[in-house]
Design a protein around this ligand. Sequence first.
Ligand code: MD6
Ligand code: FE
Length: 201
Amino acid sequence: MTPTLTIRGFQVFRGFLDAAAQAAMLKDVRAIAAAAPLFSPMTPYGRPMSVRMTSAGRYGWFSDRSGYRYERLHPSGVAWPPIPASVLAVWDAVTGLDRRPECCLLNFYGEGARMGLHQDRDEADFTFPIVSISLGDDALFRIGNRTRGGRTESIWLASGDVVVFGGDARLTYHGVDRIRQGSSGLLNDGGRINLTLRVVD
Ligand code: MD6
Ligand code: FE
């Protein structure tokens, strides 16, 4: 499969999901949030993140005063629901790997939510890529370098876009500066959903 564009090793597949596939995935996302409600993780610095999160899969991503890590259970004590088949199908199509992800992190960006530049480095094996799926309002995604600082480049990600983030790009700093509220009709009340698929162990 050929990406629409590649920026600093981030392979962007524009419009990978058509409107019907986005609507079907949204139903699956709502079922995840019903089983494992969204929460605002505390950063290690003691401030709640502006993005609300939950997970599906054997592991869920979690943060509190003790740091960033993967947990077997949602903060309520329930197991994370399974990763939906619709989501795993995207992983299979864009990675072609036999290994499947053990975590699907679900991020919800409401009005004013953003995510600072960060690396994803809580996983055991960086040879596996991360796959990111965008649903809902457009997001300004910023891509930096493998170390903090330096020049950055930004691209708008729209509903249905998929990004594969592997190889040399796996530890590149990235973040979300802002959401264009109301730019997509997928979610009735606006906002953006991002799903990231990760091999954890
Ligand atoms: C987002 N995504 O798009 C935030 N991380 O809302 C991420 O932080 C991210 O898109 C690792 C790999 C792909 C991503
Ligand atoms: Fe990330």
